[in-house]
Design a protein around this ligand. Structure first.
Ligand SMILES: Nc1ncnc2c1ncn2[C@@H]1O[C@H](COP(=O)(O)OP(=O)(O)O)[C@@H](O)[C@H]1O
Ligand SMILES: [Mg+2]
Length: 353
């Protein structure tokens, strides 16, 4: 099977006290490659991504970066990945500054926002599509390495190979949709969850499911990343000073066996072109173990590798298939909200997951 939608997967798993992996979520613009290189002393995952890109047809490889961060000394994690990738690529590399490529376009819905600004210089109608590279030269992209940000779906619709695709991104961004897409995977364990929109919903759900939640629970937004607004608790009580956002879930908490002086941990797995490419443990004194929340990387044992390989390849396969179906069903890369809310677009920084 070709992995055209989700060739670069980053999956999160947490291990319970019996050593069984539970699937937490998938990321469409995974970082953590930096931690991988650090703890194993070799950027294997970066090289594998480069190999994948080198096999793709076309010569113009475009990557979008934030000018100030790219040229300054505050490169973020997505910049790290892009700059490590470049020496391994046999393509024409075009660094494109996001602020050179902003144009007003029609509005479409993404990330709970109606986007009026989209990242594109794209002229519709075939053959005219281009972006501006850092020399302000017009380039027709063959491949766009899509870090985490809103990208005009027209690119893909006009044949540019965007990795990972918008379908893959939209699918995995929403955790409940992601779970739905993989729930038939044999041997997968997904923590049970209920959708909640406010504190009242949470209260009722906790009360109705005391058995599931009496050792603690997790509340998290359906669509977000970097551990933002994720609350992990120890008891059935309502959280203090926490406002449940509309579009959240309350989830069964999986408690790992603590390591290194009572630290929490989970695992980020990389699946590249459908093949297990390795994993990094994220260790933290916080229950939310994202690197952005203070977690740090560590190697996983061969035993954990073995437990993760098969299941992560199967999950990635199911997500690829689902994204493909979305395209076949003429999914228009727009997730229509039930109650659209127009608000100012917040540019998500790249390197978000
Ligand atoms: N069900 C859960 N049980 C225990 N810890 C969890 C659970 N869900 C999330 N966490 C912790 O919170 C972190 C962030 O959650 P995750 O679902 O990966 O969302 P995000 O997209 O913000 O990374 C996880 O890496 C893990 O440390
Ligand atoms: Mg995560």
């Amino acid at each position: 099977m070709k992995y055209e939608n989700y060739p670069i997967a980053g999956l999160d798993f947490i291990f319970d006290k019996d050593g069984k992996p539970w699937f937490l979520e998938a990321n469409s613009a995974s970082t953590v490659h930096e931690e991988y290189a650090k703890v194993y002393g070799d950027c294997t995952t970066v090289k594998k991504i480069a190999k994948l890109i080198n096999k793709m047809p076309g010569k113009n490889f475009c990557v979008f970066v934030k000018r100030k961060q790219w040229n300054g000394n505050s490169r973020n994690k997505a910049h790290w990945l892009a700059s490590e990738l470049i020496p391994f690529l046999n393509k024409d590399i075009h660094i494109c500054y996001m602020d050179n490529n902003l144009r007003v376009a029609r509005s479409f819905f993404l990330d709970h926002n109606f986007i009026k600004l989209t990242l594109t210089n794209f002229t519709k109608g075939g053959g005219n599509s281009y972006v501006l590279n850092s020399h302000r030269r017009k380039v027709k992209p063959d491949i766009i390495f899509r870090n985490y940000f809103q990208l005009n779906p027209d690119f893909e619709q006009e044949g540019v190979r965007v990795i990972n695709t918008m379908a893959a991104r939209d699918l995995v961004w929403f955790k409940h949709k992601c779970y739905d897409a993989v729930k038939e995977v044999k041997g997968i364990k997904i923590p049970k969850y209920f959708l909640v929109n406010n504190n009242e919903d949470l209260k009722t759900t906790l009360k109705d499911n005391t058995n599931l939640f009496n050792k603690g629970y997790v509340v998290k937004p359906l669509g977000n990343s970097l551990g933002r607004n994720v609350k992990v608790t120890d008891s059935l009580r309502m959280p203090m000073n926490y406002k449940v956002q509309p579009g959240s879930m309350v989830q069964q908490r999986i408690t790992p066996k603590l390591v290194k002086k009572k630290k929490y941990w989970d695992v980020r797995v990389f699946v590249i072109n459908g093949k297990y490419a390795g994993a990094v443990k994220r260790i933290s004194k916080n229950k939310v173990t994202n690197i952005a929340r203070g977690g740090y990387g560590d190697q996983v044992t061969k035993k954990l590798d073995r437990k993760l390989k098969n299941i992560s390849e199967k999950i990635t396969h199911a997500l690829e298939k689902k994204a493909l179906d979305m395209k076949k069903e003429k999914y228009n890369y727009i997730l229509t909200p039930e109650q659209p809310k127009l608000r100012e677009v917040v540019w998500h920084p790249i390197g978000e997951e």
